[in-house]
Structure formats: C-alpha cells, structure tokens
Design a protein around this ligand. Sequence first.
Ligand code: HEC
Length: 160
Amino acid sequence: MKMSLHVVAGLLAVLVAPAAGQAPPQLAPALAPFSVVINKGIPAIPARLSGKPGDPKDGERVVTERQLGNCLSCHEISVLRREEFHGEIGPSLDGVGQRWDAATLRMIVVNAKKVFGDETVMPAFYRVDGLNRVRPEFAGKPILTAQQVEDVVAFLATLK
Ligand code: HEC
C-alpha cells in the first residue's frame, strides 16, 4: 500500500518576532514543496528537491564542512579519512548507498526523524518548523539548501 502525504513545508515556516535592536528576521524562504511516500513502511522522497541533479563532489564538501552538513561530527566515512574528526554518535556511513535507495537517503537528510523516530539526535537538514533554540539569523532557514540536499544524497549514493 502506498500512502502519499503532501508536505508543503514552506507553509509551516515559523516567523519569529525580532527582539528589540536586532535586524528583523528575513521572510522565511519557502522550502521547495516535496511529497513523502511510504515505501514498505519507511518514508521516502522519490522526487528531486531541485531542478538540477546532485553533484557528489559538491556533496562531499557539504558533508565535510562544519558550517554545512558537519556530518563527520557524528559519522565515520572511510573515503574521507583525510579529514580530521570523525564522530561515533551515528553509525559509519560506509556502504550506506547499498543499504538505502536515493529516495530514502533524501528523506533521512531532509528529516531523519521521519525514518528513525523523534528520539534521533540526527538534525533535520531541510526543515524550518519545529526547530528549537534557533539563533535569530537562522530562523526560517533550513540548514541546507535544496541543491545541497541533492548533492549530499548523490555523494551518499557513491558509498557502496
Ligand atoms: C548529531 C549527530 C548527527 C549528525 C550531525 C548527523 N547524523 Fe546522520 N545519524 C545520526 C544517528 C544517531 C543515526 C542513526 C539513527 C538513529 O538511531 O538515530 C544517523 C543515521 C544516518 C543515516 C542512516 C545510516 C544507516 O546506515 O542506516 C544516514 C544516511 C545519515 N545519518 C546521514 C547523515 C548525513 C549525510 C549527515 C550530514 C548532512 C548526518 N547524517 C549528520 C546522527 C547524526
């Protein structure tokens, strides 16, 4: 059975009132709308979020950079051994392109809670609602852009 939840995430954007003296918050940029399907009980996002296919090289950079994905703070990835710090909070991502298809990898990067449950410590990288303790300059902005999500998914798919 296939269910389809249409998520127009942009409509859920939260506008935070500015504190006195701070720059007014930017109008929340709408997230690209995407549809979640349930595939054998596991949520997945089959369609690309951006118009352009993901680039695994750019994805590698997003995964590595602290200001972007910062994935290595929690995950080990053997092909990125040259990078200094690999955390062990999450599982090694070696072989993850075999364990999950691209649609499920996209869901995991967009919002890991949908796949692993609310308890997961993995951040939602493409979501603007329901984030706690967001610094004002980040309110209404996802951590990654739609294209960066696609680039990360393309990189993860190379980890066979
Ligand atoms: C704060 C820690 C943390 C960060 C940062 C993090 N993750 Fe995770 N990730 C986890 C944990 C923990 C799990 C295991 C799921 C669970 O039990 O919660 C996980 C699971 C995964 C999985 C599934 C792995 C498998 O073998 O099933 C993928 C893929 C993944 N993460 C990708 C990423 C990517 C890509 C980034 C960066 C954009 C990232 N994670 C950032 C903690 C993190």
